[in-house]
Design a protein. Structure first.
Length: 131
């Protein structure tokens, strides 16, 4: 694994001529994003208990997005379901703050923080929403 910079160039030799390309320095990022405090903060609004405010403090210069997968069982539905989406695609001063609306019931969330190089971390959270 590499972290930092790598230098690449090409050498072409056909037996008669030799040609060297210009050297190119490429930044390599293999470090996963850091969730500060290693936890996702969330607040369930007492006036609107289906609204959940997520707060993620993230250290990542190369940030791409925060996504979620919600495996849920809503009290008004007979079958479990799965939904997914994006929580944030930009950070404000290293922070993702977003409010999502959930149905009343049980929610098992997988929240993934990803950088533009493809490095990611996933955290699991379980929520019980009662209206």
């Amino acid at each position: 694994e590499y972290e930092g910079y790598a230098v690449y160039w090409f050498k072409i030799d056909d037996g008669v001529n030799k040609v060297l390309s210009k050297k190119v320095s490429i930044k390599i990022d293999t470090t996963e994003p850091i969730l500060i405090g290693d936890e996702i903060q969330y607040i369930i609004d007492s006036k609107h208990p289906k609204d959940v405010k997520f707060i993620l403090d993230i250290n990542e210069d190369n940030f791409d997005k925060v996504t979620y997968i919600d495996k849920y069982i809503c009290k008004k539905q007979s079958k479990p379901g799965i939904s997914s989406g994006t929580l944030c695609n930009q950070l404000k001063v290293g922070r993702c703050v977003v409010t999502k609306n959930f149905c009343e019931g049980t929610h098992d969330l997988s929240i993934t923080i990803k950088d533009k190089a493809g490095n990611s971390i996933t955290k699991k959270e379980s929520l019980e929403i009662d209206d």
